[in-house]
Design a protein around this ligand. Structure first.
Ligand code: NAI
Length: 699
């Protein structure tokens, strides 16, 4: 019998089976919660039914809420379903309800599952309350029922930090009653038959686990939230909500709902939901249809086993793709392999996987000094030193050895992909695969499109990014592509500000307090002042005479102050890389600006913030106009995943929209008057949008 299209009721002898069938992930779209309840109520009133199994069709139980519904509520619509009430009604059923979980029972899915009297779980399933990842907290009793089933400590961890747990941990905690190794439905039916004879209790009436509370759980969770989710409101709200589970259930639910509403109407959840959908949007490229053939990558090769090449090879190994790692000499090759080993060993020590898994991954990497086997590679990534002549030489060599269908990718951070491609007879196969450092950790991959790059190569690169668990964003072939072209002006302003009188510490603290993982000058010290210097040498010809350039970093370079690696840069570093102010810096600055006419002055935090951020935004607007970035959201995703822009601010372009473009433009025009049009002329697109009441993200 069909109750609605989304939920179906069937029966196996005395067991009723409620199947949620809302592909692709059985999200709680309008009609799903009602369908489940209606099926359960029908089954309950059928005298032949003794117990009920609820299961998801396809690959998962309910994977979560329908996130688009949240937007409607924020816009003023009433929620389509009263989920908290529906879950209570499921819980009220007088016949045992067994929830059968597989795939990802997340968010509202887990909340529904906790409304059942029992839960069984597939061995490879996951359960979680990941709402904090979009700036929310569970809103249908999750913070109240999870502590009752799994204990306060685990509930805090799951609700405040959003990471899922597997079947074993779920069983040990009491969240699920049995792990099913074979067929989930059969296992659930067998469990339901046993449950007919068991007493049933409502989750909301259970208080046993609440008695095991230790007040330190809450303070520890708050400390962790402040350290790892800095600036975010939802994790703290989640902690308070879990704490309120110690009160009467109804009161706890009320407090949870109030907190949920505060989060839902906050700018933070708007920003994080924007990023959530943004990650899906960036995969879509307007002129490359879904039917574009995607080349299979079964074998890979990487040239250069340095900082980037080693990390890139790890990505392939992690994805189970055999990869050849080529170097010029044995010493560099050994160094590269040792670094990979020690990175993997760190992961083992942190408990991410075991030693056997590490060896399995290492076995995918073949270190060597020749091009042997390159003829079989489906993709080759070049990651040698940043120099055009060297890159062209390598690409000519690759052209000679690679098979015709091989994707030839460069990891260059700034160089012209078309010029690199010109060293081959197949520019259509050449593309940029710009990974970010550390390449085995950072999620961003800029796929850089040259003028000849084929659509198949782009589509295949985007698909490969996904396989490597990256967020791939398409960028045009402009110097620095999206991310580095923007960061260039951001770091430029930070350096100008030092030269004009702001302290290194004040600049770093301002951007850190805004939410960046580190300040711009700390970032420069980490990346290496020598690296920036080398890039500037390659681009001297692009400098316009008479236009101000930062002088301080060249001065630091001349003094051998390369940043963290030499323990001195803009700051001083101890052996643990902890920064302290360097009393020599004011003298270095004075020397750098001698004869320039710059008169140091007091600079407040709002100027520091606006100069750095608005430079970023203005450059972003230019990239949009030039088509280097396809959409404003592409820029946001680049910044969120490659430059640690605070997640809860949604990325630079989203932030600009939230400040208001007329205000951003007015400030940029003020900077233009002070510092000249060469540096601060407003991007025409920004001007047009600000004057017409538009936004970067058309809503
Ligand atoms: P690196 O200096 O750590 O490594 C380069 C490696 O290439 C060295 O081990 C060198 O021995 C090797 N090499 C040079 N010529 C070779 C050849 N003919 N055959 C095989 N190996 C050769 O440099 P890094 O930092 O890994 O940079 C590599 C590329 O990645 C550059 O184009 C750089 O701009 C880019 N990049 C660097 C990032 C970073 O943060 N370090 C971030 C993103 C891109």
């Amino acid at each position: 019998m069909v109750v609605n299209d989304l939920v179906k009721l069937s029966r196996r002898d005395e067991i009723a089976i409620v199947t949620i069938d809302n592909p692709p992930v059985n999200a709680l779209s309008p009609g799903v919660p009602e369908g489940i309840l209606s099926c359960i109520e029908q089954a309950a009133s059928n005298g032949a039914v003794k117990a009920i199994v609820v299961i998801g069709a396809g690959t998962t139980f309910i994977a979560g809420a329908d996130i688009r519904e949240f937007g409607k509520i924020v816009a003023g619509e009433a929620p389509a379903s009263n989920l908290p009430e529906i879950i209570c009604k499921i819980e009220d059923c007088l016949k045992p309800v067994v929830m059968a979980l597989h795939g990802t029972a997340f968010g509202g899915g887990l909340e529904v599952a906790m409304g059942g009297h029992f839960r069984v779980m597939a061995a490879n399933g996951l359960v979680g309350q990941p709402e904090v990842k979009i700036g929310l907290i569970p809103g249908a009793g999750g913070t109240q029922r999870l502590p009752r089933l799994a204990g306060i400590e685990l509930a805090l961890e799951m609700c405040a930090f959003g990471e899922p747990i597997g079947a074993k941990a779920a069983l040990e905690s009491g969240l699920v009653n049995r792990i099913i190794e074979g067929d989930l439905l059969e296992g659930a039916i067998a469990f339901a038959r046993e449950a007919i004879h068991k007493p049933i209790s409502k989750t909301r009436d259970r208080r046993g686990k609440l008695k095991e509370v230790d007040p330190r759980y809450f303070s520890a969770a708050v400390d962790k939230a402040k350290a790892t989710k800095r600036g975010q409101v939802a994790p703290l709200e989640a902690i308070d909500a879990v704490e309120s589970s110690l009160r009467l259930f109804e009161r706890g639910c009320e407090l949870e709902r109030e907190a949920f509403a505060r989060c839902l109407h906050s700018s933070q959840s708007a920003a994080m939901i924007h990023a959530f959908f943004g990650e899906r949007t960036v995969a879509k490229i307007p002129d490359i249809g879904k039917d574009t053939p995607v080349m299979k990558v079964k074998k890979a090769a990487v040239v250069g086993a340095g900082t980037m090449g080693g990390g890139i090879a790890m990505n392939y190994a992690n994805a189970g793709i055999p990869v050849i790692l080529k170097e010029t000499d044995q010493k560099a090759l050994d160094k590269g392999i040792n670094t990979i080993r020690s990175n993997y060993a760190n992961s083992v020590r942190k408990g991410r996987f075991d030693w056997a898994e590490m060896e399995r991954r290492m076995a995918f990497i073949t270190p060597q000094l020749t091009y042997d086997g390159f003829e079989e590679a489906d993709v080759i990534t070049e990651a040698v030193f940043e120099g055009m002549e060297l890159k062209k030489q390598i690409f000519a060599e690759l052209d000679a050895v690679a098979k015709p269908t091989c994707i030839l990718a460069s990891n260059t951070s700034t160089l012209d992909i078309d010029e690199i491609a010109s060293a081959t007879k197949r520019p259509e196969m050449v593309v940029g695969h710009h990974f970010f450092s550390p390449a085995n950790v950072m999620r961003l991959l800029e796929v850089v499109r040259g003028k000849a790059t084929s659509k198949e190569v782009i589509a295949s690169s985007m698909a490969l990014g996904k396989k490597l668990t990256k967020v791939a964003v398409l960028a045009g072939n402009s110097r620095g592509f999206i991310g580095n072209r923007m960061v260039h002006v951001y770091l430029r302003e930070a350096q100008f500000l030092v030269e004009e009188g702001a302290s290194v510490e004040e600049i770093n603290a301002t951007l850190y307090d805004f939410g960046f993982a580190m300040g711009p000058l700390a970032m420069t010290d980490l990346a290496g002042i020598d690296v920036g210097w080398r890039i500037r040498q390659e681009s001297k010809h692009l400098e316009k005479p008479g236009v101000r350039i930062p002088l301080i970093s060249d001065k630091l370079y001349e003094l051998g102050r390369y940043g963290q690696k030499t323990f001195r840069g803009f700051s001083r570093y101890d052996t643990h890389r902890v920064a302290t102010p360097d009393p020599e810096i004011p003298y270095v600055i004075a020397e750098a600006i001698a004869g320039t006419g710059i008169v140091p002055r007091q600079i407040d935090r709002s100027e520091i913030l606006d100069r750095c951020l608005y430079a970023l935004i203005n450059e972003g607007a230019k990239l949009l106009e030039e088509g280097v970035a396809l959409r404003a959201v592409d820029i946001d995703i680049v910044y969120l995943n490659g430059y640690a822009f605070p997640a809860w601010r949604g990325g630079p372009m989203f932030y600009a929209d939230s400040v208001g473009l007329p205000q951003v433009l007015a400030r940029i025009e003020e900077f233009e008057r002070q510092h000249g049009s060469d540096l601060w002329a407003p991007a025409p697109l920004l001007k047009r949008l600000a004057e017409s009441g538009g936004k970067f993200h058309a809503s």
